[in-house]
Design a protein around this ligand. Structure first.
Ligand code: ADP
Ligand code: MG
Ligand code: MG
Length: 906
């Protein structure tokens, strides 16, 4: 074998119990390649092959096809020679052909990537050799037609001309089946298959205008480069953006000797999970098909059978198949091939122990001989993610740290998804039943095409089966229903990964793409009709069903407790109402990090008083309006402070530009004029006066309090009086008054002095005091640079990263939609900086401010509020630079707690 140390090495061989790579080399070999190497070393039977590195993919994108092929030529030839030696076949030989599979494989599994090409090396000559060698002409022709179909679809891009049309290859298969009056493609005979090869090739030549390549080497290079190309296809790019996978990673290419599950009744292929990917239960499960190959199991061409006897019985019960029928028509692998099953079962247990995680595995049996084709950490739901880790901990396979590191923080959001309301579901009518492919409740309007999922606010994507092209639509839809495919189908796997509700394999659903109709037992449903799905039970309902918030599970509490044990970063919530505060506490908030007072001014009476203040001619008028607002504001703040008893609450003084409050339509302006006893013209004039060219850089933040001190005065009164009143009730509060948008020390100083004067006066009046802090938001780049001076006046800093990003980049948040997506597409930015903190630039500003602030005051309390407080990578950054807490919306608190624990462990 080659030495992996050689930096120029682009090809890594595996097979026959040895390998150049291993599972630690996922970055270079992709996850599939690294794990194939690892399994070889472990002595698990894996067909020999080799992996072309992910770095080569990057080279390919730089230097192009021809150059990469010449760079790879020698290494690939050597690697193929090893495969030939191991298999006793020859690549390109007519008599004894070595057939190959070409598979993509990046660091993480990507459903948007290229499909696999199997049986590469087939042509009009090698098919004869294969017949002579195996004496099985049905097998040889089946292999050939599969090759032409896959190569045609995947490499040559032959496809349906419109989305309503059926896949043209499938159309041909259907035609043959119809002519013969058979249902299954495994019943096609040699004559059919032979003719089908011709038809497939004609189809390819017609669509591409080129001859179908006969030369195996041409086939191979075309397939390898097609895998590289697929890294940049729109589906893959979409998936990467969705999952924040960097483009630089690239994909590896795995080339491997074929093993054949389509050699007859003693052969087959299957997919299995070492534990349940939906619920996390420790139950080995999976699906297989006899006399089948590759994607047959997942694509739903035939109803897949269950691997275990227990699984088979459960399946039969839910599908309404009698025990006799089950045993004869759909026996489990355990019953049908007990030796193979035993081998599979042993292997899955070994693999799970070896990787210490639930594995998603693929295997093939060729005439009784067992081969493993893949193992990887299985995609799972959030519930399964937690349960599996907790169980592995109890089984002594992993420790607490590993439990936490195995959790994907952003998946926790799934747990907060709604479930059907118990009463509403009782009244609902079940119209079909499928497999519970991905749990959850979804209600929406039917769409039949992925690119139409956005047609309705709530849509349910109904398909015969999904394919990687449907990714974006699956993401947009609220739920997915498929007529075909099992628990391991594309739809099921992708939906679980996305945490999206999915019912698959609902056999009674007949989909007609042309008429845009779905028929179930003669009942017709049209596009736009409402249906509901229960992905936990597999039930499909007619109509819209009310949902409610899901309950938090015990596993969730266990994981959160564990996270709290390891994290050092505090977690607070952005909240303005009692309800939000209660939610925040339920999810584990340790205080409010941002209470935006302007959010308390929009409802009813409040907005009127604010408008009155804004539209007043002079200070007297403003004070009059503010006096009326004071008791309401005090009451609102009291509710928040009460809900957060014993916990700190950061209350931010009024921040937005005033024009956000004023009426822009004539009706409301009239009402305002009447209310204030002034003419409509006066109002209109005032509205005109308040217009700003750049409101975000205009009269807002502390600039309001500086120009209208009476606003700050009123807010100070409301806060302190509320706290004192609560104290009288025996409730302890810790208000932290936050002054927004500071750019100079003097601004802070003036506002602080004003606050202190008012507060001291109230203390004196009431003869009582409370503890409070006065701090500031750091959200203007200048403030970061003079943070040492600002810290002299501030008890705390809270980074307002929304504004800091806006002003640091010079991107108006409200206008960025026009160019940000293009910036991301062109790779100028890796992600939206308003969602994921830009650590490189904005991060530096935060670091400078933190260092300077703490240089003045070692104990300065520092936190972050804004969208980034709930983003895992940003939370990690906050931990690293030593902040005290992050603050985010209540629903993101669990994510922040977990991310904070992971940051502490890393
Ligand atoms: P995916 O990443 O979508 O799972 P794979 O590369 O694993 O794609 O391949 C798709 C299908 O082809 C799988 O069912 C796999 O078992 C089958 N397959 C891949 N390589 C071989 C091979 N060398 N022999 C037989 N079947 C193969
Ligand atoms: Mg695939
Ligand atoms: Mg696979």
């Amino acid at each position: 074998m080659n030495t992996p140390q050689d930096v120029k090495m682009r090809v890594y061989s595996f097979g026959d119990r040895v390998a150049d790579g291993n599972s630690a080399m996922k970055n270079l070999l992709g996850s599939k390649g690294a794990n194939l190497a690892e399994m070889s070393i472990m002595g698990i039977p894996v067909p020999p092959g080799f992996t072309i590195t992910t770095k080569t993919c990057t080279e390919y994108n730089q230097i192009g096809k021809d150059n990469v092929v010449s760079l790879l030529m020698t290494e690939v030839q050597i690697a193929i020679a090893k495969v030939e030696k191991s298999m006793g076949t020859r690549f390109g030989s007519n008599e004894n052909p070595c057939l190959l599979s070409v598979r993509s494989g990046s660091r993480v599994s990507m459903p948007g990537m290229m499909d696999t090409v199997l049986n590469l090396g087939m042509n009009d000559d090698s098919v004869k050799g294969l017949i002579a060698k195996t004496g099985n002409s049905r097998f040889a022709w089946d292999t050939y037609r599969r090759f032409v179909q896959m190569f045609g679809a995947v490499v040559l891009g032959v496809s349906a001309l419109t989305k309503e049309d059926q896949n043209p290859f499938e159309e041909i298969v259907e035609k043959y089946k119809r002519n013969r009056g058979i249902e299954l493609d495994s019943d096609l005979d040699v004559a059919d298959l032979k003719q089908m090869v011709r038809d497939f090739k004609d189809l390819c030549e017609m669509q591409t205008g080129k001859k179908f390549p006969e030369n195996p080497w041409d086939q191979l290079w075309a397939s390898i480069t097609a895998v590289f190309d697929s890294w940049m296809n729109p589906r893959a790019i979409y998936y990467r953006t969705m999952q924040q996978i960097p483009e630089e990673w690239g994909t590896a290419v795995n080339v491997q000797a074929m093993v054949f599950g389509n050699m007859g009744e003693n052969s087959g292929t299957g997919v299995a999970f070492t534990r349940n990917a939906s619920t996390g239960e420790n139950i080995f499960n999976g699906e297989y098909l006899i006399n089948a190959q590759g994607e047959d199991v997942v694509s739903g061409v035939r109803t897949p059978q269950q691997i275990t006897l227990k699984g088979s019985k459960t399946w039969a019960a839910s599908a309404g198949v009698s025990e006799i029928n089950r045993k004869t028509k759909y026996p489990s692998l355990e019953e049908l091939m007990p030796t193979t099953y035993a081998e599979l079962n042993t292997t899955q247990a070994i693999l799970e122990k070896h990787y210490n995680d639930m594995q998603d595995i693929e295997f093939t049996v060729q005439e009784g001989k067992f081969w493993m084709l893949q193992t990887r950490s299985g995609k799972r739901t959030a519930a399964a993610m937690m349960k599996i880790a907790i169980d592995l901990l109890a089984e002594g396979l992993i420790n607490e740290e590993q439990v936490l590191l195995m959790q994907e923080p952003s998946k926790l959001e799934e747990l907060l998804h709604p479930v059907f309301d118990g009463e509403a579901i009782k009244a609902a009518k079940i119209i079909a039943k499928g497999l519970p492919a991905s749990p959850g409740a979804a209600t929406g309007q039917i769409v039949f095409f992925a690119d139409e999922a956005h047609k309705y606010q709530f849509s349910i994507l109904v398909r015969v089966e999904t394919s990687p092209e449907d990714l974006e639509g699956m993401n947009i839809a609220k739920g997915i229903l498929t007529a075909r495919g099992g628990m391991t189908s594309h739809a099921a796997v992708v939906a679980r990964g996305m945490g999206k509700c999915c019912v698959s394999g609902a056999g009674s659903v007949i989909v007609n793409y042309k008429t845009r109709q779905m028929t179930i037992d003669k009942q017709v449903f049209h596009e736009g009709d409402w249906i509901s799905l229960n992905g936990t039970t597999g039930e499909v309902y007619k109509g819209k069903i009310r949902t409610k918030d899901g309950e938090l599970s015990d596993d969730f509490e266990t994981i959160m407790k564990l996270a709290d044990k390891y994290r050092v970063l505090g977690v607070r919530a952005n909240a303005e109402t009692e309800r939000e505060c209660k939610n925040a506490i339920k999810y584990g908030a340790e205080g409010v990090g941002l209470c935006r007072t302007e959010h308390m001014f929009f409802e009813g009476e409040r907005i009127m008083r604010i408008r009155e203040m804004i539209l007043s001619e002079d200070e007297t008028g403003r004070r009059k309006a503010l006096d009326k607002l004071l008791p309401i504001h005090r009451q609102d703040l009291k509710e928040v402070l009460r809900a957060m008893a014993n916990l700190p609450v950061t209350i931010r003084l009024l921040d937005p530009p005033l024009h956000e409050f004023i009426p822009h339509n004539i009706e409301n302006q009239k009402e305002m004029a009447f209310e204030m006893g002034v003419s409509i013209e006066t109002i209109k004039q005032k509205v005109q006066d308040l217009k700003e060219f750049n409101p975000m850089l205009g009269h807002r933040g502390c600039r309001l309090g500086i120009t209208y001190p009476e606003i700050t005065e009123m807010q100070a009164k409301a806060i302190i009086e509320a706290a004192l009143e609560l104290k009288a009730e025996g409730i302890k509060t810790f208000p932290e008054i936050m002054i927004p948008l500071i750019g100079t020390v003097k601004e802070l100083k003036l506002q602080k002095e004003l606050l202190k004067t008012i507060i001291d006066r109230i203390f004196e009046e009431k003869g009582d005091t409370i503890d409070y802090l006065i701090g500031t938001m750091i959200e203007i780049p200048r403030a970061c640079l003079i943070a040492d001076q600002i810290a002299e006046e501030a008890d705390f800093f809270s980074f307002g990263t929304n504004d800091l990003t806006q002003m640091g980049f010079g991107y108006s948040r409200d206008d960025a939609g026009k160019f940000l997506p293009i910036y991301i597409e062109k790779g100028i930015l890796k992600s939206d900086p308003f969602q994921v903190l830009d650590q490189e630039g904005i991060g530096q500003l935060i670091e400078i401010a933190t260092k300077k602030g703490r240089a003045t005051k070692t104990q300065l309390k520092i936190g972050i509020c804004g969208e980034h407080g709930g983003d895992p990578s940003s939370v990690e950054f906050c931990h690293t630079i030593g902040m005290d807490y992050v603050s985010c919306s209540p629903f993101r608190i669990p994510i922040a707690r977990l991310a904070a624990a992971q940051a502490a462990l890393r």
